[in-house]
Design a protein around this ligand. Structure first.
Ligand code: MN3
Length: 236
């Protein structure tokens, strides 16, 4: 009699727990789209609000949902952070590489930008490294712009900190990035990455990629880049 009295609430309790954890567990492991850290209009006029909204909500949003769509077929994804995934990307199929890279790259892209005049300047430590490796900030920008303009088709230009502590400029195709363990990629910790996919600029600049690159420099969030530089050497 006692068992019969307890059985029903016990079963109900277990069912509730199963509903709670059984459905919540996959959700914890999923990747999520970070909100823009500023209004979509905040980077105007260099980057217009329509481009920002479509780029963030639809393009970045699609990388996140497509990456989550790969978890069932690649359960190891559920145990990896987005950062850790990049360094193990060669173990996964192309869809994970494209969408996992797209998610990482765009998450950094929003973070390294700020409204014009609000991004600060390179820290004395970073500027010393820039001067040592490139001669000047202007020389870095010239080399970066060349890498961004010369990337054929879709991809990214990057300022990276290499394992030996030096700075370098490199570029990657599609949604690859310098963290990926792939042949042909110059590896390092990305400090600043520029999206040169046409979806990043075409509405306003059409085929004038160099004009977009030039305008973009005014939006660089050096405060964020300084932090990435400071953290990149830790434990290296
Ligand atoms: Mn993009």
């Amino acid at each position: 009699m006692l068992f019969r009295l307890l059985a029903r609430p016990l079963l109900a309790g277990l069912t509730a727990l199963w509903l709670l954890f059984g459905t919540a567990l996959p959700a914890w492991a999923e990747f999520s789209l970070p909100p823009l850290p500023y209004a979509a209009t905040a980077l105007e006029p260099a980057i217009d609000a329509t481009t920002m909204t479509i780029h963030h909500d639809r393009h970045h949003g699609a990388y996140v949902s497509n990456l989550n769509g790969q978890i069932a077929a690649n359960p190891a994804l559920a145990d990896l952070s987005l950062d850790a995934l990049q360094g193990q990307i060669s173990a996964f199929p192309l869809a994970v590489r494209n969408n996992g890279g797209g998610h990482w790259n765009h998450s950094q892209f929003w973070a390294v930008l700020a409204p014009a005049g609000q991004g600060g300047t390179p820290s004395p430590e970073l500027l010393a490294a820039i001067n040592k490796n490139f001669g000047s900030l202007e020389a870095l920008q010239t080399q970066f712009n060349q890498a961004a303009a010369a990337r054929f088709g879709s991809g990214w230009a990057w300022l990276i900190r290499k394992a030996d502590g030096s700075l370098a400029i490199t570029s990657t195709a599609n949604q690859d990035n310098p963290l990926m363990d792939l042949p042909g990629i110059e590896r390092g910790v990305p400090l600043l990455g520029l999206d040169v996919w046409e979806h990043a600029y075409y509405l306003k600049y059409q085929n004038r990629r160099p004009d977009y690159i030039k305008a973009w420099w005014a939006l660089v969030n050096w405060n964020e880049v300084n932090g990435r530089w400071a953290r990149a050497g830790v434990g290296a």
